[in-house]
Design a protein around this ligand. Sequence first.
Ligand code: FES
Length: 87
Amino acid sequence: MGYDGTGHEHRGHDHRGRDGESGTRPRRVRVVPGGPVLIEGPIEVEHDGQWVRCDRFVVALCGCRRSGTLPLCDSSHRRAMAGLQRR
Ligand code: FES
């Protein structure tokens, strides 16, 4: 644990915002109804006991469980939603 003079103690993980300023805001997550969970990257996510790293600026995690590339979204949710709209 360290102290960097900003008023925040560091316990081994990074509190910096996407703009590089320390302690300015928490990481944002957006949940798309029927679709993915969008997270500011880069991230590492555990899936089936494996850590998957994604360096994209915004990472889309599958929330519908239809993706062929779990845990990441492959847009399969769009076909499922299009099918629902045709009914
Ligand atoms: S949310 Fe996009 S494929 Fe599941």
